[in-house]
Design a protein around this ligand. Structure first.
Ligand SMILES: [Zn+2]
Length: 165
């Protein structure tokens, strides 16, 4: 292997590493724009907390000198405090109402309100009391009390016991 090919390989490797690490070197990926200012602030707070954690990690692993770490961390904490303050200052009631309305609208979009259907009134069967309406013991079809055979399957029907008068 010649020196030239080694250098070429190293250059290619460097390019690949830069390409792969590019998203990491840039700022955090842009999240979809939150709807309300409250959600925007919450997202900012989350991002800031993640940055502080990352900063702590860098400091603990010795990547950051203490003075730089303390300076950056103080700035981040101040920024986070400002965000929390903004969150507190937001008109809570209005936002709650808006969020509820949005949730309702979303529900409406997903599942439209079912029309109110009046349940059918159960019609009480009169005229054929117990014992009068009979069913075939073989196939379950309704049979006339006077029939001797089932009209559906032809089974012989045992006549009901005649009650003594
Ligand atoms: Zn039958």
């Amino acid at each position: 292997m010649t020196t030239g090919s080694i250098l070429l390989g190293a250059a290619i490797l460097l390019l690949v590493v830069l390409f792969v690490a590019r998203p990491l070197l840039q700022r955090a990926p842009v999240a979809p724009l939150p709807r309300t200012s409250r959600q925007r602030l919450l997202a900012q707070k989350e991002a800031l907390l993640a940055e502080i954690l990352s900063l702590d990690f860098d400091y603990e692993t010795g990547k950051l000198p203490p003075e730089l770490y303390q300076h950056q961390r103080a700035a981040m904490v101040a920024e986070a405090a400002a965000i929390l303050e903004q969150l507190d200052s937001l008109p809570q009631v209005v936002i709650a109402d808006a969020e509820i309305e949005a949730a309702i609208a979303q529900l409406r979009g997903q599942a439209p309100a079912a029309p109110v259907v009046t349940p059918p009134v159960a019609v009480s069967v009169s005229g054929s009391g117990n014992g009068h309406g009979r069913f075939c013991t073989q196939c379950g079809s309704t049979i006339d009390p006077n029939d001797k055979f089932c009209a559906h399957c032809g089974s012989k029907i045992t006549p009901p016991a005649v009650k003594p008068a």
